[in-house]
Design a protein around this ligand. Structure first.
Ligand SMILES: *[C@@H]1O[C@H](CO)[C@@H](O)[C@H](O)[C@H]1NC(C)=O
Ligand SMILES: *[C@@H]1O[C@H](CO)[C@@H](O)[C@H](O)[C@H]1NC(C)=O
Ligand SMILES: *[C@@H]1O[C@H](CO)[C@@H](O)[C@H](O)[C@H]1NC(C)=O
Ligand SMILES: *[C@@H]1O[C@H](CO)[C@@H](O)[C@H](O)[C@H]1NC(C)=O
Ligand SMILES: *[C@@H]1O[C@H](CO)[C@@H](O)[C@H](O)[C@H]1NC(C)=O
Length: 255
């Protein structure tokens, strides 16, 4: 038990997928014994915003023998054969003699939708289940940065799984002197903001590190504060003004 709880997230996922695969296999085998089969895909991996389709096939069953046939997820019935369905999903049911198919489509999948979905069939023979696990990963909404004379700030929005922000200036790792905060939104995505006190007037890199995937998802390069660029712009305008004034004065002088 101790060993199982210390598994890395990746290994745990595999473990879950393994379990789901075993359950699926078992339900197919025992169903065959009763001449009834229930089949679905054991696992689906999706990104935020995807539409995920799960199908459940029941064979060797007459329509008149079906008491109920539905997809259950997040503790509620989402999609029911010959009945209305949850407004957040699409649901389709088809039948050919003894073959029945129930298709559930999750629209705009978010981290809160991650989990196990059960296909449940209740017939005269008995009740059968099979399940699909929906895993959500690699979500990234967008990023932005800003900098003034004293601070540099980076934002990363719509991130899942969560990440940390690493800062670099040249070859120096400045992460220790930054402060990072994350907020989870109602969809289970993270919005991350990281601030650092500017030390030298050189570019900073801020990178979003996803520990679960052991990779940098995105790196922003923040140039020294834009104040100087603006200043030179307005100096140019001033110079143009001075030149124009001089020209007008010279014209007047000549006249
Ligand atoms: C998901 O389905 C909805 C509704 O059918 C559709 O508007 C949307 O474009 C689909 N999204 C993707 C990523 O396919
Ligand atoms: C589902 O219901 C069980 C028991 O009623 C409860 O313990 C669990 O927290 C619920 N899960 C979700 C995702 O709502
Ligand atoms: C610089 O940015 C930080 C963080 O956004 C802000 O708290 C601070 O007031 C800003 N300083 C100046 C001088 O604008
Ligand atoms: C930078 O520092 C952070 C925090 O100290 C550390 O987690 C990260 O591995 C470092 N990255 C590199 C490339 O040195
Ligand atoms: C920081 O950004 C520069 C310019 O894009 C790049 O050459 C450098 O490798 C980056 N450093 C790190 C540590 O990511």
């Amino acid at each position: 038990m101790m060993k199982a709880s210390s598994l890395s997230p990746g290994a745990r996922t595999q473990h879950v997928f393994g379990l789901v695969a075993i359950i699926w296999f078992k339900s197919a085998v025992s169903a065959a014994g009763e001449a009834l089969e229930l089949q679905t895909i054991p696992g689906v991996v999706a990104q935020c915003g995807d539409n995920v389709t799960l199908t459940c096939d029941a064979s060797s069953l007459l329509l008149s023998d079906i008491r109920s046939f539905n997809w259950v997820g997040r503790n509620k019935s989402l999609c029911k054969h010959d009945d209305e369905h949850d407004p957040e999903v699409l649901c389709e049911s088809t039948a050919e003699t003894t073959h029945h198919k129930l298709t559930l489509t999750l629209i705009n999948v978010m981290p809160v939708h991650q989990g196990k979905y059960l296909c449940k069939l209740s017939s005269k023979i008995g009740v059968k289940y099979t399940s699909s696990f929906v895993k959500v990963q690699d979500c990234f909404g967008g990023s932005d940065s800003s900098r003034n004379e004293s601070h540099a700030v980076c934002w990363f929005n719509g991130v899942y799984p969560s990440g940390t922000v690493h800062w670099f200036q040249g070859n120096a790792n400045s992460t220790e002197s930054a402060s990072t905060q994350e907020v989870e939104d109602q969809h289970g995505q993270y919005n991350i903001i990281s601030t650092i006190n500017v030390k030298k007037n050189l570019p900073y890199n801020c990178s979003l590190w996803i520990p679960g995937a052991s990779k940098y998802l995105v790196t922003l390069v923040i140039q020294p504060s834009a104040v100087k660029v603006k200043a030179s712009g307005s100096t140019q305008i001033k110079l143009q003004w001075i030149c124009m004034m001089m020209e007008i004065m010279m014209v007047k002088f000549i006249m």
